[in-house]
Design a protein. Structure first.
Length: 114
C-alpha cells in the first residue's frame, strides 16, 4: 500500500471520529505528512501537517478540535477529530506536505449531520 486513509463515517455534529492513514515506508519514514480534505464543489485544502519529529500545524478552521499524530514504528498517521461540524463534511486524504505530495489514494468520507 502507498497511502490508504480509513476511519471515516457518518456522525452527528459535536461527535468524534479518528482517521488512520497507512503508508508505505518509503513515503512515511523520516518524512513530514499531512491530512487534506475536499468538500463537494470546493478545492482540496490542507487540514494539518506533522513533521517526522512530531511538530504539528493546523488550519485555523480545525485548531483546537483536531489532533494529528503519527506512529513511526507502524508507518501510520492519525487524525483525531472532535467537536465535528457539518462544514467538516468532506473526503479526507493523507499525503506528504504541500509540494511533496505523491499519488492520491481514495480517501475516506466524513459526513457530519446537523
Amino acid at each position: 500500500v502507498q497511502l490508504q486513509a480509513s476511519g471515516g463515517g457518518l456522525v452527528q455534529a459535536g461527535g468524534s471520529l479518528r482517521l488512520s492513514c497507512a503508508a508505505s515506508r518509503s513515503i512515511f519514514s523520516n518524512r513530514a505528512m499531512g491530512w487534506y480534505r475536499e468538500a463537494p464543489g470546493k478545492r482540496r485544502e490542507l487540514v494539518a501537517t506533522i513533521s517526522s519529529g512530531g511538530t504539528t500545524n493546523y488550519a485555523d478552521s480545525v485548531k483546537g478540535r483536531f489532533t494529528i499524530s503519527r506512529d513511526n514504528a507502524k508507518n501510520t498517521m492519525y487524525l483525531q477529530m472532535n467537536s465535528l461540524k457539518p462544514e467538516d463534511t468532506a473526503v479526507y486524504y493523507c499525503n506528504g506536505p504541500p509540494g511533496f505530495t505523491t499519488y492520491w489514494g481514495q480517501g475516506t468520507q466524513v459526513t457530519v449531520s446537523s
